[in-house]
Design a protein around this ligand. Structure first.
Ligand code: BG6
Length: 443
């Protein structure tokens, strides 16, 4: 364990901090994964006492915080991140020790915050490490991302830069490569001749809530596809390197991201009532749903569709990858289902004899429940990644090359994006639509 590690979160009054970061840090603390003397400085623009700040947390979590004395480690600090002079007061906390700065803000603040931290010498590592976590999306398009990257690369060493994608911290996302690497029968069939198509779904039940200020300028493509979904495509389709060394994995993923070819049958939707959400422009055409077909333009995957589907205010909350193997005869296709959430596991659909005297075939499921094997309180995706930041391990973070390539693909899609279709909240309109379009070849 690193002896001293302190966190400073910029954007502490945002949803991400309340819903994901604070609970993740709290659970690391409760499990004894954080240093005893750790401090967490929560930075926001509003003038609040810590008590007021914590009022917006989930009641259950708040009760627990008090119980475990977690609150004693927290400080709420009010400042305006765009004002250089406001950073002077941070010296009080930052004179020594290891610090992780978490920029849980929109990307337009990345340059200004890092510049001001640099101006006061807070990024100097002589008294301990100074690492910055940049929340996704890293930029709003390729040229913006490039500008941010150029800027931060001037003031930070690459070892201090952590471009986060929390999906990479999820158990089953990590398991994609491992399952491929350690099961010869899977990897031997992992190519276009055996696989018909891949289906990657991240479906969310909730709408945008109070994140419209950010989301309306982003939409599902930039919020989910550029990062989480493209990372999954890369993990599914990359060549397996001889050893699973982080830099080599990043390089292989980056090769795939460069080969992503966007097909033109793209469906975008917006849920009914989105325009009434607080912070959404009255005539907004931002998509809250996207379904698209991409190909990976190389020999291994020639003409193999990867169908991506993600959206808000849909019927269920779940994420999974379904690998559809080519059909041999009139029986059902074999499927490999990687369940990412809420259940974590792997299912294999195979054809087998029905019990009894006939030779009838049934399509049955072999079911591995990953979550059932967990002991105690495993760290959440954010918890796992925060620990990695403290340890300086960048294996599960995105490299600039990966980000650059995925923005190139998104910029192309933005140009062909049609107007959104309006859908009823929590309906399964898209399933019918996509089946009609022939995207899903269910029996
Ligand atoms: C975030 C997006 O990256 O991922 C959110 O900004 C989305 O819009 C969230 O809700 C989904 O994450 P998870 O872990 O709840 O599937």
């Amino acid at each position: 364990m690193v002896k001293k590690c302190q966190f400073m979160i910029f954007g502490a009054t945002g949803d991400l901090t309340y819903k994901k970061l604070l609970p993740a840090i709290f659970s690391l603390y409760k499990e004894g994964e954080l240093c005893d003397k750790f401090k967490l400085i929560l930075i926001g623009r509003r003038s609040l006492t810590l008590e007021d700040y914590l009022k917006d947390l989930d009641v259950e979590v708040t009760k627990q915080l008090a119980f475990h004395n977690f609150k004693d480690h927290l400080t709420y600090h009010q400042m305006d991140f765009s004002k250089q002079e406001d950073y002077e007061a941070l010296n009080h906390y930052l004179s020594k020790e290891n610090w992780v700065f978490y920029l849980a803000t929109a990307p337009r603040f990345f340059e200004v915050i890092s510049s001001h931290l640099d101006h006061y010498g807070y990024l100097d590592e002589s008294a301990g490490f100074r690492r910055i976590v940049f929340e996704k999306p890293f930029g709003i398009n390729f040229s913006d991302a490039k500008k941010i990257n150029k800027h931060i690369s001037k003031i930070l060493d690459e070892s201090q830069i952590f471009r986060i994608d929390h999906y990479l911290g999820k158990e089953m996302i990590q398991n994609i490569l491992l399952t491929r690497a350690y099961n010869s029968f899977i990897e031997m069939l992992w190519h276009k001749d055996a696989i018909d198509y891949f289906e990657i779904v991240i479906s969310e039940e909730s709408g945008v809530h109070n994140r419209a200020g950010y989301y309306d300028g982003s939409g599902a493509l930039k919020d989910m596809v550029q990062n989480h979904m493209f990372q999954i495509v890369a993990l599914l389709s990359m060549d397996l390197p001889e050893s699973l060394i982080p830099e080599v994995i990043q390089e292989e993923k980056s090769k795939i991201l460069k080969q992503i070819k966007v097909m033109h049958n793209l469906v975008v939707g917006q849920y009914q009532g989105y325009l009434d959400e607080k912070g959404v422009k009255a005539d907004s055409e931002t998509e809250t749903f996207v379904a698209m077909e991409v190909h990976v333009d190389n020999r291994r995957w020639k003409d193999t569709p990867f169908y991506l589907k993600t959206g808000k205010a849909l019927k269920d909350k779940y994420a999974q990858v379904v690998v559809h193997f080519k059909k041999m005869s009139s029986v059902s296709e074999n499927l490999l289902i990687i369940q990412i959430q809420p259940d974590e596991g792997i299912k294999l659909k195979i054809n087998s004899k029905k019990p009894g005297v006939s030779n009838e075939i049934d399509n049955v499921t072999m079911d591995y429940c990953h979550s059932c094997l967990k002991y105690g309180d495993e760290p959440s995706a954010y918890g796992r990644l925060l620990l990695d930041v403290i340890l300086g391990d960048k294996s599960l973070f995105a490299s600039w090359d990966e980000i650059e390539s995925s923005w190139h693909a998104i910029d192309k899609i933005e140009k062909i994006k049609p107007q959104p279709l309006i859908y009823e909240k929590h309906s399964d309109w898209h399933e019918n639509l996509l089946i009609k379009k022939g995207w899903y070849k269910y029996d």
